[in-house]
Design a protein around this ligand. Structure first.
Ligand code: CP3
Length: 342
C-alpha cells in the first residue's frame, strides 16, 4: 500500500502527514469560479460529471494534495429523497421545510435515490481514471443529524432550533426522518464505494448542538449504523468521522462508531488531542482556516505546531473546517511548505 492517506488511516505513523483540505475545491480558486460559471450554478456543477470531476481535480493539479474529495454536497440526499433544494448566491442553501409527518409523506424510500444521484457516481468513475496514482479519492455524506437540521429548518441555522423543536415536540416524526436519512446514506455511500471511492468521510457539522443522551442517540448511533453497514458490505473500507464541536464527546467517539479516523475542529487543542485522542485513533486536523486568509508567520507557526504535536502517531493534516472564499491561494503553498519542513 503506497498511498499515504491510506497508510495513515491504517494506523501508520509517517514522517510527514498526508495533507488535504476541507472544501479544497471552492470559490477561493479562480479556476473553480470559472468552471462554476460554465455550469451556470452550484447544483448544475454537482450534477454535471465532467465539470464536477474537473473542479475536484483543480486543487490536486495546483497543490498535489494526497487526497481528493469528491465534488458534491451533503444536501443532495434530501433532494434525492424529494425535498426541494436551491442555493441563494451569497447566502447558502434553501430547502422545503419539515414541521410534521405530512411534510415527509411524498418522500421516496431509501432505495429510490439513485436515479437522481447517478451523476455523482459517474463523477467518481471519471475521477478513478483521471486522478494521479498516489492520490486517494474520498467520498462523503452528511451525518443524519446534520442533514436533518437543514431538512427541518429549510436552511442553515446558527442554533439548529427548528430541528431541536421537532426532536422534542414530535419525536416520532423526527425518528422517522433520521431513520430515512440513515438508510439512504448507507445506500448512497455504498454506491460511491462501488464506483471507486476509497475512503468515506461523514460530516456531522452540527454535532456540537446535541448534548448527553441526545448526542448519543442522534449523532453517535446513526453514524455507527452507517459505518457498521458500510464496513460489512465493503470490508476494509476506511472511514473518517467529523463530529464537529463535540467537545468532551470526542474521546472514545471513533472507537464507539467503528471509524478509522477522527477529524478535529478548530476548538480542539492539538497537544491535548495528541495525548488523549491519538492513542485510540488516527486524527485529522486541525488548522484554523482563518490563517489561510491572514497568512504570514502565524500560519507557518501554527501549521508546524500542529504537525509536530501529532508527529508521534497517525495524523492526516487538514483544516478544522472548510477553507473560505476569501483565502489566498498562495497561502496554501505556504502551509504545505511549513508542514513539510516542520
Ligand atoms: O472540496 C470539497 O470539500 C468538496 C465538496 C463539498 C462541498 N460541500 C461543496 C460546496 C463538501 C464535502 C461539502 C460538505 C458540506 N456541505 C457540509 C459539511 C461540511 C461543513 O462545511 O460543515 C455542509 C454543512 C454543506 C452544506 C452547504 N453547502 C452549505 C451550508 C453551503 C453554503 C455555504 C457556502 O460555503 O457557500 C454549501 C455550498 C457549497 N458546497 C459550496 C461548495 C464548494 C459553495 C457553493 C458555491 O460555489 O457557491
Amino acid at each position: 500500500m503506497t498511498k499515504t492517506l491510506l497508510r495513515a488511516l491504517a494506523g501508520e505513523t509517517l514522517p510527514t502527514p498526508p495533507v488535504w483540505m476541507m472544501r479544497q475545491a471552492g470559490r477561493y480558486l479562480p479556476e473553480y469560479r470559472a468552471t462554476r460559471a460554465k455550469a451556470g450554478d452550484f447544483l448544475s456543477l454537482c450534477y454535471t460529471p465532467d465539470l464536477a470531476a474537473e473542479v475536484t481535480l483543480q486543487p490536486i493539479r495546483r497543490y498535489g494534495f494526497d487526497a481528493s474529495i469528491l465534488f458534491a454536497d451533503i444536501l443532495l440526499i434530501p433532494q434525492a429523497l424529494g425535498a426541494d433544494l436551491w442555493f441563494v448566491t451569497g447566502e447558502g442553501p434553501r430547502l422545503s421545510t419539515i414541521t410534521s409527518a405530512g411534510d415527509m409523506a411524498h418522500f421516496k424510500g431509501k432505495d429510490d435515490i439513485h436515479e437522481t444521484l447517478a451523476p455523482i457516481y459517474e463523477t467518481i468513475r471519471i475521477l478513478t481514471r483521471e486522478l494521479p496514482a498516489e492520490t486517494t479519492l474520498i467520498g462523503f455524506a452528511g451525518a443524519p443529524w446534520t442533514v436533518a437540521t437543514y431538512m427541518i429548518a429549510g436552511r442553515g441555522t446558527s442554533d439548529q432550533a427548528p430541528a431541536h423543536a421537532l426532536r422534542e415536540g414530535d419525536p416520532e416524526t423526527f425518528d422517522a426522518l433520521i431513520d430515512l436519512i440513515t438508510g439512504a446514506t448507507i445506500e448512497y455511500l455504498s454506491q460511491q464505494v462501488q464506483a471507486g471511492a476509497e475512503v468515506i468521510k461523514l460530516f456531522d457539522s452540527w454535532a456540537g448542538s446535541l448534548k448527553g443522551d441526545a448526542f448519543e442517540r442522534y449523532s453517535l448511533q446513526p453514524i455507527k449504523r452507517i459505518v457498521t453497514a458500510l464496513k460489512s458490505r465493503h470490508p476494509g473500507l476506511p472511514v473518517i468521522v467529523f463530529p464537529r464541536e463535540a467537545g468532551d464527546s470526542y474521546p472514545g467517539f471513533a472507537k464507539a462508531v467503528g471509524a478509522d479516523c477522527l477529524a478535529l475542529d478548530t476548538s480542539v487543542d492539538a497537544t491535548w488531542a495528541a495525548e488523549t485522542l491519538q492513542p485510540e485513533t488516527c486524527v485529522q486536523g486541525n488548522l484554523d482556516p482563518k490563517l489561510l486568509v491572514t497568512g504570514g508567520q502565524p500560519l507557518i507557526d501554527e501549521a508546524q505546531r500542529i504537525t509536530r504535536a501529532f508527529r508521534g502517531g497517525p495524523h492526516v493534516f487538514n483544516l478544522g473546517h472548510g477553507i473560505t472564499p476569501d483565502a489566498d491561494p498562495e497561502n496554501v503553498h505556504v502551509m504545505l511548505d511549513a508542514i513539510r519542513s516542520a
